[in-house]
Design a protein around this ligand. Structure first.
Ligand code: P53
Length: 477
């Protein structure tokens, strides 16, 4: 295949992405309250993270220290600038701004921290891209209200959004409301409902119904935030953030095709509501069939319609395949099968660059909105050599393959893509397992899974490679 030397559009936003809880550490500094992620223990690929009720001395909580970005952000952002970043995606830790979540007045020290971070970015011409809620729900909202099972969280979130928009609208144009709002479709797996919505199901409670109720409140809160944002500054772009793992039919058997369609509906209706402003038809039937008497008011439906998103941000790591097994409703834990045509990472994630082009086209056909790839990457074990190098050719290969498909979607298919922010551009705590050793970065952070190390930063081979990708605007991969 001939080398594709074409460039991306001139205003394409090359950058990288992180999230507050996975990189900042300093979990009790600057008046920050506890986030739910401060109670996630260390796991690994064979052992899920536990969620404890209080901080236990015998456990290790990786987010407490993370990559110590809170203290080292000037050095980190300087390195991002050296790579030529045009933008940098991070999140605002909700409990830094509202330590309990339900206060009326924000915490000035928290607001000041993000002013400093954004100013440091802007100093180098790096545009901050901000997620409001990236799994950092204030713990108090779980203890006092049961998380997003309670309608009052809409009001708390709207207040948080308003405070952030007012404070930073001159520094931040692109916002996202809820990170991977659809990751909770796997509600049967312990932890997913908690991570997205702070919900601990009681014995005998219908987890599926809880998920739909919480997601509804979140979508209403998101729609309110979009409207608040546009009132404060019409230039502001407020987007959704969807975890996109396309689900293919395993074979061309018509039942498999129909089932894959069903699977996509089940996982991506969140984007339908965000972008279209109303629930898809199948859901009304589904709720009735299930006998779910959800709290969805006429006023809510108006909000959804009035607060549709300006763009779709999405993460892309992998694709799935599914096979019809005689059950009408798709179930993530039962119906996903191995795709024989792709390889996997060491954590079993199916590597599928072509699926990224598929996803970009799928979103475009469905919503006709600009898109933003706000996460992509491959978690891997890296080796730091004695002279402080990391030869991460596997990471370079993964990204090359994905950027080639992205290029085709933009230049051959006409997809409107705002930018590309690969995940974990500075090594950070993996969300799923809590491991530091599941690394994504261009910048190596010298710390192990237990927070032992110097925390010094080192440039990996991928650092120099990506720097050249940006400098050539994607012509040289
Ligand atoms: P980690 C699962 C599937 C796809 C994306 O994940 C996911 C997850 C949750 O683990 O989450 C996103 O760190 C998420 C980030 C996360 C990243 O993907 O488990 O938005 O917070 O770190 C990568 O390897």
């Amino acid at each position: 295949m001939a080398e594709d030397k074409r460039e991306f559009p001139a205003d394409f936003l090359w950058g990288g992405a992180v999230a507050a809880h996975q990189i900042e550490g300093a979990y009790q500094e600057g008046g920050k309250g506890l986030a739910i992620t401060d109670l996630f223990t260390l796991g690994d690929k064979d052992h899920p993270r536990k969620i404890t009720e209080t901080i236990e001395a015998s456990e290790y909580y990786p987010e407490h220290v993370a990559s110590d970005f809170y203290h080292r952000y000037p050095e980190d952002i300087k390195l991002l600038a050296e790579m030529g970043f045009k933008c940098f995606r991070t999140s605002i830790s909700w409990p830094r701004i509202f330590p309990q979540g339900d206060e009326l007045e924000p915490n000035e020290a928290g607001l000041k921290f993000y002013d400093d971070v954004f100013d440091e970015c802007l100093k180098y011409g790096i545009e901050p891209i901000v997620t409001l809620s990236h799994f950092e729900l204030p713990l108090h909202l779980v203890q006092e209200y049961g998380g997003w099972r309670d309608r009052r969280l809409i009001e708390f979130f709207a207040r948080f959004a308003e405070v952030c928009f007012k404070r930073y609208h001159n520094k931040v144009k692109y916002w996202m409301t809820f990170n991977e709002i659809n990751n909770q479709t796997n509600f049967e797996v312990s932890g997913h409902l908690y991570t997205n919505s702070g919900i601990v199901p009681e014995a005998g409670e219908d987890r599926e119904k809880l998920m739909y109720q919480a997601a509804h409140y979140e979508l209403v809160a998101s729609a309110q935030a979009v409207q608040i944002g546009h009132q404060i500054d019409p230039e502001m772009q407020v987007g959704a953030m969807i975890a996109m793992c396309p689900i293919y039919p395993l074979t061309a058997k018509p039942e498999d095709i129909l089932f894959a369609q069903r699977a996509m509906q089940t996982r991506y209706w969140f984007a339908d509501v965000h972008a279209n402003g109303f629930y898809p038809r199948w859901m009304k039937h589904f709720f009735a069939k299930k006998g779910f008497d959800l709290d969805i008011t006429a006023a809510d439906l108006k909000q959804l319609q009035a607060g549709t998103v300006d763009y779709i941000g999405f993460s892309y790591y992998m694709s799935f395949a599914t096979k019809y097994q005689g059950q009408a409703d798709f179930n993530e834990n039962r119906d996903l099968v191995d795709n024989p045509y792709v390889k996997t990472t060491e954590w079993g994630w199916q590597i599928d660059p072509v699926g990224l082009r598929y996803a970009l086209n799928w979103f475009t056909d469905r919503y006709h909105l600009p898109l933003f790839i706000v996460e992509n990457g491959m978690g891997a074990y890296d080796q730091l050599t004695e002279d402080h190098q990391v030869h991460d050719d596997y990471r370079i290969k993964y990204m090359q393959d994905h950027i080639i498909q992205m290029k085709r979607a933009v230049l051959d298919d006409g997809v409107k893509l705002l930018g590309y922010t690969p995940w974990g551009c500075i090594d950070l705590v993996a969300h799923g397992t809590g491991e530091m050793s599941k690394r994504y970065g261009f910048i190596y952070v010298d710390s192990d899974d237990h927070g032992h190390g110097t925390f010094d930063r080192y440039r990996k081979d991928s650092f120099f490679w990506y720097k050249n990708v940006i400098a050539s605007n994607g012509a040289e991969l």
